[in-house]
Design a protein around this ligand. Structure first.
Ligand code: GLA
Length: 402
């Protein structure tokens, strides 16, 4: 009897770290990441100014929590003991001091490495050092690890990410694990118990429709990425999210394009990792990134991604996202680079979604329409919605059950 009790206790305590990891991302993580705007040109004073701006700009109050250093934070070699070190020129006070600074402002601290022998920018990768790196991150107070997939020739993605996931769990500190293998090995099929988010596509660039090459390489545009999400929506949910990559809001697209990009990521229940210069962002950019009603759609506790309801011949796409309290988010997206008018007769458009078991017949039930960008109530589903949508813009609504 005693033996059985002991065995039970041992099994229970071994499982404890696993339990601790479970609730790390009940809704999609929100934060800021250094890559999209600074690439490897990061250093302590610059990043401290981002941490300060994160708080003073209202980003923290809007729900953003993680401050993530992407590639380029390390020295070019591990030290004599095989440990990773922060680049001493960029971070003269070391990484623990920087993590302490992030925590002192009430934020959580994230860092980047790679499953391969090197990171994508050529710094030391984690392959063969999983447990020591996880222990080091825990000792620095890391709360989030983005784990990339460069220089991983011959590795099995499923095994490589499992190893790092187990190493993080064994570190004793709850650390959000962000898998970044670009959807190459369909992580939505196997990564649910390994991490909280997985990239579903290649890298985003600051382009809305047509992407442009830079340095001989072509990133994906917002629409390129959107078009690759529909078939995997059933794999995301509380605790494990499809990640269509970080935000490019404030990095060069037009205001309407930024607004659409943000709206679409909220419809997709995407992790909201802003990637702009927080210190110099315009009031328009701040207004987009801190729109509380749009963020509430992203963070809806049901965790159900949107689906494509309709694509009309004139390229206005209608997306629908079922919400926890029975409300719906509906987004009309003008994919064209000229304005287009819509007339949407709710009564003639029932919503039936098998994945979320949502069935709404607007001829039977009425919803109030709240426009998330004009912040106005604009009528009900009793009358057709008539609007002109500017080029690359959206009309994004919350439908509130009457
Ligand atoms: C890959 C990732 C990017 C970024 C860079 C850093 O391309 O997908 O998000 O982390 O590496 O080198």
């Amino acid at each position: 009897m005693k033996k059985a009790l002991l065995a039970l206790l041992v099994a229970f305590s071994a499982a404890l770290p696993l339990f601790a990891q479970e609730n790390l991302a009940p809704t999609p993580p929100m934060g800021w990441n250094s890559w999209n705007i600074f690439q490897t040109n990061i250093n302590e004073p610059l990043l401290k100014s981002m941490v300060d701006a994160y708080v003073t700009s209202g980003m923290k109050d809007a729900g953003y929590t993680y401050f993530v250093l992407d590639d380029g934070w390390m020295g070019m070699e591990r030290d004599a003991n095989g440990q990773l070190i922060a680049d001493p020129k960029k971070f003269p006070n070391g990484m623990k001091a920087f993590a302490d600074y992030v925590h002192s402002r009430g934020l959580k601290f994230g860092i980047y490495n790679c499953a391969g022998t090197k990171t994508c920018a050529g710094y030391p990768g984690t392959r063969g050092h999983e447990y020591e790196d996880a222990r080091l991150y825990a000792s620095w107070g890391v709360d989030y690890l983005k784990f990339d997939w460069c220089y991983a020739e011959g590795e099995n993605a499923k095994e490589a990410y499992k190893t790092m996931s187990v190493a993080l769990k064994a570190s004793g500190r709850p650390i959000v694990f962000s898998l970044c293998e670009w959807g190459s090995n369909r992580p939505w099929l196997w990564a649910k118990d390994d991490g909280q988010l997985w990239r579903s596509t290649g890298d985003i660039g600051p382009y809305f429709a047509e992407s442009q090459s830079k340095n001989g390489w072509k990133p994906l545009s917002v629409l390129n990425i959107l078009d690759r999400q529909d078939s995997i929506r059933q794999y995301a949910g509380p605790g494990h999210w499809n990640d269509p990559d970080m935000l490019e809001v404030g990095n060069g697209m037009t205001y309407n394009e930024d607004k659409s990009h943000f709206s679409l990521w909220c419809m997709l229940a995407a992790p909201l990792m802003s990637g702009n210069n927080l210190h110099t962002m315009s009031p328009q950019t701040t207004g987009i990134l801190t729109n509380k009603d749009a963020i509430a759609i992203d963070q809806d506790p049901l965790g159900m991604e949107c689906f494509k309801y309709k694509m009309s011949a004139d390229s206005v796409e209608t997306l629908v996202r079922p919400l926890a309290n029975g409300d719906l988010a509906v987004c009309f997206l003008n994919r064209m680079d000229k304005p287009q008018s819509i007339s949407f007769d709710w009564a003639a458009n029932a919503i039936n979604d098998a994945t979320s078991k949502t069935n709404v017949d607007f001829a039977q039930s009425t919803y109030k329409l709240h426009d998330l960008w004009s912040k106005k109530d604009i009528g009900t589903t009793k009358k057709p919605l008539k609007q002109t949508i500017a080029a690359h813009d959206v009309v994004m609504l919350r439908l509130i059950r009457q």
